[in-house]
Design a protein around this ligand. Structure first.
Ligand SMILES: [Fe+2]
Length: 474
């Protein structure tokens, strides 16, 4: 200890005080003493002298040691108070200790004074140290409590015994249960406002992998490391109005990495969910409108080219069946169907005489006819479908060896949807009647695609088509 030691002595006999002081020099560092012998002087000294230790006589003419002890304990409880007296019996000594004295030293055995003071100072220092640590801890506690309180999401924290140690304002609002009611509660009390029962919730699930009792409470649970996310509807919160909640729970660790509790945040996403549903509804409406529009467009082609009436519908049925057989996603199957239903829309640019001409077309007529995929693309290209409907239609006369039109694309350059439609188109066209020839029949159509499997037509598409039609025959 290297500081200047201040010692307040309550002592009426100056000679005794001098004896004390001489003894105290053995402490080995600078000592500053102040002797008082009245009540008022003692009180003033406590205030202004700021002693590190008080040495007090027991009996004084104008004051007494026990009263001094009472005052000191009340106003400065942490200053060591040592009785130094010539008249103190054992019983009295014990009484002073009970009342808060640190120690007592008999004047006849003054050699005990220095060890007593040293011990008292050490204890006082240890106490001050502990107090500083506790103050720092409670300041840190207040800080994180303030942070939790500030969070806009309903948030609560539990300790390692699953007792609630934080329950913020947003939580109070969501559940109607106050912080005062919930703090310190254990045994799943935090679940009661949500499920009207003491039952494990997301926060209890962090350490375990058993989803059983938890899973039924949520629409889904997702784990990223040891952080859990879940969503679910809870009926009893928000004053019984219920809410769809997004929840996140995470374990908490101390500086040494020891698990000390867990935190869970809950966000009311009811409005977001409703908006999502409205959006989906309007999207579905839009999709339905789009499909209706496509049906109307297919009617336009068939008014213009009545001889192919029903052709697009039948192509759509075959192409859809092939796409499903090939395991395409639901969305792509839908795209195949939509594109098929209007694949010849470009024919509205081809003069009716050419469309209905019996017999072969001359080269000019054939050129006009071959323009219909590009024309169809131009009609549809500005409509934003989820799938490349316009491109599929532009490519439906392409052939995988590059012999098709309009671009002479090869193999994978042609969209799979268009390769499917090419096969369906050929099969349907050959099997049906045309102005320039009678129906050739299904078998001939199948022979055509089989013969040109891998040259004109995608082999996988041909195989899928054969399987589909084979099943149909049975
Ligand atoms: Fe066509």
């Amino acid at each position: 200890m290297n500081r200047n030691l201040r010692i307040l002595m309550l002592e009426d006999v100056k000679a005794d005080a001098d004896l004390n002081e001489r003894e105290l020099r053995r402490l080995g560092h600078a000592v500053e003493t102040l002797r008082v012998d009245t009540r008022q002087a003692f009180i003033d000294a406590l205030e202004h002298f700021s002693p590190d230790v008080i040495l007090s006589d027991y009996a004084l003419p104008a004051f007494d040691g026990l009263s001094a002890l009472g005052i000191a304990k009340e106003t400065h409880p942490h200053i060591p108070f040592i009785f130094v007296s010539g008249v103190m019996g054992e019983e009295l000594a014990i009484e002073t200790l009970k009342r808060g004295a640190t120690d007592y030293v008999l004047k006849q055995r003054l050699s005990r004074l220095v060890p007593a003071v040293e011990r008292a100072l050490n204890e006082a220092e240890e106490y001050a140290e502990r107090k500083r640590a506790e103050d720092a801890l409670s300041a840190a506690n207040r800080r994180w409590q303030d942070v939790i309180e500030f969070l806009p999401d309903a948030t609560f924290v539990i300790d390692e015994d699953k007792k609630v140690i934080a329950w913020n304002r947003a939580m109070e609002e969501m559940t109607g249960v106050s912080k005062q009611e919930m703090m310190g509660q254990g045994n799943f009390a935090y679940a009661v406002p949500f499920y009207r029962a003491r039952t494990p919730v997301l926060i209890d699930h962090i350490e375990s992998s058993d989803d059983g009792s938890i899973a039924s409470k949520y629409d889904f649970i997702e784990r990223t490391g040891n952080v859990l996310y879940a969503e679910g509807y809870v009926e009893s919160i928000n004053g019984g109005r219920g809410a769809y909640l997004w929840c996140k729970a995470s374990p908490l660790y101390d500086a040494e990495g020891k698990h000390v509790g867990a935190i869970e945040s809950l966000r009311d996403i009811s409005e977001f969910k409703r908006a999502g549903e409205r959006l989906k509804q309007s999207y579905d409406n839009l999709q339905n409108a789009l499909e209706d529009m496509i049906k109307s467009m297919s009617v336009i082609v068939e008014i213009k080219d009545p001889y192919t009436s029903g052709h697009q519908d039948r192509v759509a049925r075959i192409a859809t069946a092939i796409a499903k057989e090939m395991g395409l996603s639901e969305d792509r199957v839908k795209a195949v169907r939509m594109a098929s239903v209007i694949h010849d829309i470009g024919k509205i640019y081809v003069p009716s005489e050419i469309l209905s001409k019996p017999g072969n077309l001359n080269p000019i007529e054939y050129t006009l006819m071959k323009n219909h995929p590009e024309a169809g693309f131009n009609i549809l290209k500005t409509i934003s479908f989820n799938h490349p409907i316009a491109d599929i239609i532009r490519q439906h006369h392409e052939r995988i060896n590059g012999s098709g039109y309009p671009k002479g694309l090869q193999g994978d350059e042609i969209l799979l949807e268009a390769r499917i439609m090419a096969v369906a188109d050929v099969v349907e066209a050959m099997a049906s009647h045309r102005p320039y020839r009678a129906a050739l029949g299904l078998q001939m159509a199948l022979d055509e695609i089989s013969a040109n499997r891998g040259t004109l037509y995608d082999p996988d598409v041909v195989d899928a088509c054969l399987r589909v039609l084979e099943r149909k025959k049975q």
